[in-house]
Design a protein around this ligand. Structure first.
Ligand code: MG
Length: 266
């Protein structure tokens, strides 16, 4: 092989390697409907970084359902072959922690429209990069994700950062605290409505992160899969809330939820 051929080979091999590295996103995924961006588009602008104010930890109001009070995971289960089993996630010191490769957990109760408060912390010791760093997720109805990720000085694609509606809408800003520090999400989630198997109203989320708005009643374009467009598939009017196990030891504490009803049915 001549020097020129070896050089050409190395350049091709390098290009193939670079293409396989999705740290900063993708350039070969589908376009998002009514958008100029692809799913996880590497060229989509990253949200502006701002510094959060005082820590936000909000005690539950009287009509909230307490999903975690620092003691046990009795409100949660891990489905195994369709059967609810005890979660294997670790509970200690008033929080619980994702145990990698032990499955996701979901509430035993089901919900429709809700207000959710949840506090979470990315691992203090940085392991992995991009989407492998402090990844978990708030999965409304087990399928509409608000991303949980260590977005602190972590280059990754915009629609995968903390507070994104995963693969669809980046957060408006990046207000992430340092690894190991507690963050708070306050989320209003409106469930989609189906009639005769057809979608008649999309799902929406309004997301606050450390008291700062990230999503302003943003529309879910469907569920939130990796590297492809989501779609709506008819499901129950109420479904469990799920916390995603993405094999990062993310911690959670002080989780409460309120069922929302309309102005005509206070
Ligand atoms: Mg996630």
């Amino acid at each position: 092989m001549s020097f020129r051929n070896i050089l050409a080979f190395l350049i091709c091999a390098g290009a193939a390697f670079a293409q396989a590295d999705h740290t900063l996103g993708y350039d070969n995924t589908p376009l998002i409907p009514n958008s100029k961006w692809r799913v996880h588009d590497s060229s989509r602008p990253r949200p502006r970084v701002i510094t959060p104010g005082a820590p936000v930890s909000t005690p539950a109001p009287s009509d909230a359902i307490i999903l975690f009070d620092g003691k046990d995971l009795s409100k949660w289960m891990t489905p195994v072959k369709g059967q609810p089993t005890e979660p294997k996630w670790k509970v200690e010191n008033g929080y619980f922690e994702v145990v990698p490769r032990s499955g996701s957990i979901q509430t035993r109760d089901k919900f429709q429209d809700v207000q959710l408060h949840v506090e979470w912390a990315a691992p203090a010791k940085i392991e992995g990069k991009s989407q492998d760093r402090g990844n978990s997720g708030i999965m409304f109805m087990t399928r509409y994700e608000v991303q949980v990720l260590d977005s602190f000085e972590n280059p990754t694609y915009a629609d995968g950062q903390a507070g994104s509606l995963y693969g669809q809408w980046p957060p408006l800003v990046n207000v992430m605290r340092k690894p190991g520090e507690w963050n708070a999400y306050d989320i209003v989630f409106e469930a989609p409505r189906f009639k005769d198997g057809q979608l008649v109203k999309s799902a929406y989320a309004t997301v606050f992160h450390n008291g700062v708005v990230l999503q302003n009643r943003q529309e879910y374009l469907g569920d939130t899969p990796h590297a492809k467009n989501g779609k709506y598939v008819d499901h129950g009017a109420e479904e469990p809330l799920m916390l995603q196990n993405h094999n990062s030891s993310v911690r959670y504490r002080n989780i409460w939820i309120r069922k929302l009803r309309g102005y005509d049915e206070p």
